[in-house]
Design a protein around this ligand. Structure first.
Ligand code: NAD
Ligand code: USQ
Length: 407
C-alpha cells in the first residue's frame, strides 16, 4: 500500500514508518520538524542521540535497501502543498501523528495554548478537507488519546469511544442513542484531541470518510525491532519536564540516581502501552479498515493500567531508586480508578509486551547507556496548570519544597 505518515519523524511516527516500510509498504514521511525546534526552544535534547531525518532515511536505505520518501511540510498551515501531495502520491492510508502532543507544553503560557490549538485542530481539519477535495478514498488512522475520557472515577469500564444512552422524549417514550463518550479533557492538549473526535464524526457523516481513531494510553519504551537495527535509527527518548512521560522519566531517573518524581500521592491511575505494541496496533488498524459508510472506528490502544505510585515502587524495587512525592503542577484528581476495554485490538491479534518483561532492559540498554546526555536541570516539571498552583510552589526557599520522600 502507499502510506503517508504525518509526523513520521516523531517518537511514535519514526518507528511506525520503519515498521510499515519493512513490511513492504511505500511509505512517505511528512513532517515539519517542529518537534526538533521545540527541543531547541526548551534547550533540551532527546536522551538518545537521534540523527537528522536525512541521516535516518539514508541509513534505512543502506541497511535494508528500502526507500522511505520525505516531505518537509506543515500540515496545519500548508494546505495547498498537502492537497498536491495527496493528488501526487494517491495514498491508500494516511497515518496522522502530526500534532503537538505534550500536555505540560500546551499549558506553559497563553502562547503555547494557542499554538497547540492552532496546530492540532488545523492539522486534523486540513487532512480531512484534503482527503475529501482530492476525491481519494484514503483510510485515515489517527492517534488520539485515552485522556479524552478524563479521569473522574465513574466506576464505569470505559467503552471504545461510544456510549449508549437512554433519554425520555416529550411523549414519555424512551429513546436510545449511541453518542461519543462524554469528553473530559485535562489539558489544552487533551482538549484538542476531544475536538478532533468531532471533526472525524462530521467528515464521516458528511463525506463517508473512512477513519480509525486510536485512543492511545501513555507510551513507554524506546526501541522497536527496526530502530534497533543500527544506532543511526535510534528512536527519540524524552525525559524533560514537558515532553518526558511518566514511566520513561522514572526509568531515566532511576538510571541517573535521581529520586523518582511522583506528583502528589501517586494515586493517579493511567493506561500504558509499549512502543513496539504501538507500532503493531497501527499495522492492525491499517489491515482492518472501516468500510465506506461505516461510522468512525474507535479503538482503545492500551495494554496495562497502573497507579503511578505502584509504577514508581516497581521501578524502585528493580533498580534501588528512591521515590519522592513532589507537589503536583497539574490540576488533576489526586487519585482515580480507571478500567477500560481494549477488546478491539486484542481481538485483531495484539499480543501485549508486559511491563515486567521490558522495564529492566529499558533502564540498562537506554537510560544507563545514554545517561551522560541527561541535563538534570531539565527534569523538574515547571509547567503549572494554573497561576494559583504556580504561586503555591514559589518561592521554595520560604515555603519549603513540599517534598516528601518514601523510605
Ligand atoms: P512527537 O512530538 O514525538 O511526534 C509528533 C511529530 O509530528 C513530530 O515529529 C512533529 O515535528 C510533527 N508535527 C507536529 N505538528 C506538525 C505539523 N503541523 N505538520 C507536520 N508535522 C508536524 O509525538 P509522539 O509521541 O510521536 O505522538 C504522536 C501522536 O500520538 C500524537 O498525536 C500524540 O497525541 C499521540 N499519542 C502519543 C502518546 C505518547 O505517550 N507519546 C500517547 C498517546 C497518544
Ligand atoms: N507525572 C508524575 N511524575 C512525573 C511526570 C508525570 O507523577 O514526573 C504524572 C502526571 O501528573 C499525570 C501522569 O503522570 O498524572 C501522566 O503524565 P504523563 O506526562 O506521563 O502523560 P500525559 O500528560 O497524560 O500525556 C501523555 C502523552 C500524550 C498522551 C497521553 C495519553 O504525552 O500525548 O495523549 O499520555 S493519556 O495519559 O492516556 O491521556
Amino acid at each position: 500500500m502507499r502510506i503517508l505518515v504525518l509526523g513520521g519523524d516523531g517518537f511514535c511516527g519514526w518507528p511506525t514508518s520503519l515498521h510499515l516500510s519493512m513490511q513492504g509498504h511505500a511509505v512517505t514521511v511528512v513532517d515539519n520538524l517542529s518537534r526538533r525546534n521545540i527541543d531547541n526552544e526548551l534547550q533540551v535534547q532527546s536522551l538518545t542521540p537521534i540523527r537528522s531525518i536525512t541521516t535516518r532515511l539514508g541509513a534505512w536505505k543502506e541497511i535494508t535497501g528500502r526507500i522511505i520518501a520525505y516531505e518537509r511540510l506543515d500540515v496545519a498551515t500548508e494546505y495547498d502543498r498537502l492537497l498536491n501531495l495527496l493528488r501526487a502520491r494517491r495514498p491508500h492510508v494516511i497515518v496522522h501523528f502530526a500534532e503537538q502532543r505534550a500536555a505540560p507544553y500546551s499549558m506553559k503560557s497563553s502562547w503555547h495554548k494557542r499554538y497547540t490549538v492552532n496546530n492540532n485542530l488545523n492539522a486534523t481539519n486540513n487532512v480531512l478537507a484534503a482527503i475529501v477535495e482530492s476525491g481519494l478514498d484514503a483510510h485515515l488512522v489517527h492517534l488520539g488519546t485515552m485522556g479524552v475520557y478524563g479521569y473522574s472515577s465513574t466506576g464505569v469500564r470505559l467503552p471504545e469511544g461510544y456510549l449508549t444512552v437512554k433519554m425520555t422524549a416529550g411523549d414519555g417514550a424512551e429513546v436510545e442513542q449511541e453518542i461519543l463518550y462524554p469528553a473530559n479533557p485535562g489539558s489544552i492538549y487533551h482538549m484538542t484531541k476531544t475536538q478532533d473526535q468531532l471533526f472525524f464524526a462530521f467528515y464521516n457523516k458528511n463525506d463517508e470518510a473512512r477513519i480509525t481513531d486510536l485512543h492511545q494510553g501513555i507510551v513507554w519504551g524506546t526501541q522497536t525491532r527496526e530502530t534497533r537495527l543500527d544506532e543511526r535509527l535510534v528512536n527519540r527518548f524524552d525525559y524533560d519536564g514537558d515532553y518526558g512521560t511518566v514511566l520513561n522519566r522514572f526509568l531515566m531517573q532511576a538510571a541517573i540516581d535521581y529520586p523518582l518524581t511522583v506528583h502528589g500521592s501517586g494515586g493517579q491511575t493511567r493506561a500504558f502501552i509499549h512502543i513496539q505494541d504501538t507500532v503493531r496496533c497501527i499495522e492492525l488498524a491499517i489491515e482492518n479498515p472501516p468500510a465506506r459508510g461505516e461510522r468512525v472506528k474507535i479503538l482503545n490502544q492500551l495494554t496495562e493500567v497502573h497507579r503511578l505510585i505502584d509504577l514508581a515502587k516497581l521501578v524502585a524495587e528493580l533498580t534501588g531508586a528512591r521515590v519522592e512525592h513532589v507537589p503536583n503542577p497539574r490540576k488533576e484528581a489526586d487519585a482515580n480508578d480507571l478500567e477500560a476495554t481494549n477488546a478491539g485490538l486484542l481481538g485483531l491479534g495484539l499480543k501485549p509486551t508486559t511491563l515486567r518483561e521490558g522495564l529492566l532492559t529499558e533502564v540498562t540498554d537506554i537510560a544507563r547507556r545514554y545517561a551522560s546526555r541527561c541535563d538534570r536541570r531539565r527534569i523538574p516539571c515547571v509547567s503549572h496548570w494554573t497561576r494559583d498552583i504556580a504561586e503555591a510552589e514559589r518561592p521554595p526557599a520560604r515555603q519549603g519544597s513540599g517534598r516528601r520522600t518514601d523510605s
